[in-house]
Structures are given as C-alpha cells and as structure tokens.
Design a protein around this ligand. Sequence first.
Ligand code: ACO
Length: 323
Amino acid sequence: MIRSVVRGIGSALPRRIMKNADFEGMVETSDEWIAQRTGIRQRHIAGDDETTASLGEAAARSALANAELTPDDIDLIVLATSTPNNTFPATAVEIQNRLGMRQGFAFDMQAVCSGFVYAVTTADLYIKGGLARRVLVIGAETFSRILDWTDRSTCVLFGDGAGALILEAAEGEGTIADRGILAASLRSDGTHRDKLYVDGGPSTTGTVGQLRMEGREVFKHAVGMITDVIEATFSQAGIGAADLDWFVPHQANKRIIDASAKKLGIDDDKVVITVDLHGNTSAASVPLALSVAAADGRIRRGDLVLLEAMGGGFTWGAVLLRW
Ligand code: ACO
C-alpha cells in the first residue's frame, strides 16, 4: 500500500508586522476588542515587493531545505490560494518557474480557508494514484490586497503569509507505512455563498473585488460544520479525540477553535494556536501553524495530527495524518 508521508515543512511571512493598536487611527476599533473577540494580537502584511508567488516560493524553499531536497526532486506543486498573482497563469506555475523547475506539473486550488486541507487531500490522491511521488503542497495568501480597509468588521481579521508541506510516496510494511495521511473528509455547500465572498471577479465585474463577510453568521455555522467533518474523519480511521497528539485547526478565531475543541473533547494543551501571531491567513493558516509547532519541537515524528479548516463557499474539511 502506498502512503503519502510528510518529508518536510516550511513557511514564510511578510516583513511588516501590524499590531492591533495600529488600526486604532484607521477605523473605530481597539486592541482590546480585537484581542477579546478573536484572539488576534498581530498579523503580517505584504509590502509592495511581496506577493503570493514570492511568499509561496520562500515557503517552498524553506520546506525543501527542511526535507533536504532540491526543486529537481519535486513532481507536482499544488498551491492553495484565493489571492493568486494573476487570474492566469496559475500562481503554482509561477512558483514552479521561480524554483527553476523544468519538470513535473503545477496547478492552483481554490477553496478559500479550506484550500490547504483540500490541497493535501488532492496531493495524497495523486501520490496514491501513481501520478506523482513527491508533491509540494503550498498554502499562500495576500488577503491584505482584497480587504476593505474602511470596514472594521473584516480588515482587522486577516493577515498574509505562506506555508508549505512536502509529501512523499512511501511503500511497505513497518514504521514508514504507519506514517502519512490516514483519513480525510471534505465538504462544501454553496447555499452559504453570501455570508463570505469577494464582490468582484474576472467574469462578473472585471475587477479584483473586496472581501465581504457576515461574521456572526459564519461564526454560527463554524463549530457544527467543523465538528461534523472531524467526526467523519475519526470514524474513517477508527480513532477518537483521546488518540490525538495535536489538533492544528484553521486559525480564524480563537473562540471558534476553543468551542470546536471543547465539543470534540480535545484537551487545550493539544491545540496549536497561532491566530494571535498571524491573524487569519486563509489557506496559509494551517501550514503556518504546522510549521511553528514542528519547528519548536511540539509535533514529532510518529505523532497523530488532525488538520481542520472551514471557509468561504462554505467549504470545510479535515485531514488526519501520522507525522
Ligand atoms: N472593532 C470594534 N467593534 C467592532 C469591530 C471592530 N473591529 N468589528 C465589528 N464591531 C462591532 C459590530 O459593529 C457590532 O456592533 P453593534 O452591536 O453596534 O452592531 C459589535 O462589534 C458586535 O459585532 P459581531 O459581528 O456580533 O461580533 P462577533 O462577536 O460575532 O465577532 C467576528 C465578530 C470576530 C467577525 C466573529 O463573528 C467571527 O470571527 N466570525 C467568523 C469569521 C470566520 O471564522 N471566518 C472564517 C472563514 S474566513 C475565510 O474563509 C476567508
């Protein structure tokens, strides 16, 4: 049996850090409101020379170094993003070019904040189907470019960044075969479209558009959707919350993360939180959180790790893997 095993992890953040207090002169808000309602304290914001492609490339290079591989070793790049550099070509192909890759193939996936979970699941199937042996899965975003900076209910929530994971085919019995992606569950439901969307696009307004969100409505659905898809993943793998070593959720709001963990019976000390440092980086949030927890030694080889995300569409999903 072929398994998709983690070979490396990396991340990249824009240079500029914007603290909650930096919004106080821009919109009617406060550090206290933002921190209490969301858990966010700061986020990174891309400068003029930083794009989804440049951040994605930097995260990819950091994952390749971590894996002790070169771009020549990669067969496929799957980039999860809702903020591509251009409508086309795919930003994944631009990253492929930036890495100097002349082999393999690359494409973008768009599932908003669930993008990375969708991309990992897709990469796993390409590996299991024999179309690729090593896949660079990237989540990279520059949401600062699609924010309405006069709307206090959205502009304080998001940040920019990128994370990358390298998955590799492993075969055979024994320890290596016990590692890798064990189960996944994906969902979407377009009836929720108007609760979270961008009010522009190439085929409608011909503009890039700005993010619009009914935050309270998103919040209302989030915990139920997240816990449903995680329970489906647990049941596929025949495990329960007590078996988990780490829960690495999408970092949108600490209150949503806490409520989901509580409903599922996951202990607080198994939950990886980076929303305080990065804000909501959409498709980059899960690989950024994974990268932080792997780098500081919390997530170790053999640990059972649960990834989860929910976002615009709505889309939502979970992935269970042994690191
Ligand atoms: N500063 C001060 N006051 C604010 C701010 C702000 N930045 N933003 C909103 N308010 C006000 C509102 O105007 C409202 O005032 P009112 O009572 O006078 O009308 C009050 O605060 C309460 O607003 P709510 O929206 O009810 O606040 P809530 O507690 O729901 O928190 C939040 C808002 C943080 C957006 C929350 O609803 C949330 O996190 N929702 C989920 C977002 C999410 O998870 N998105 C995930 C997917 S993201 C993706 O896919 C791209």
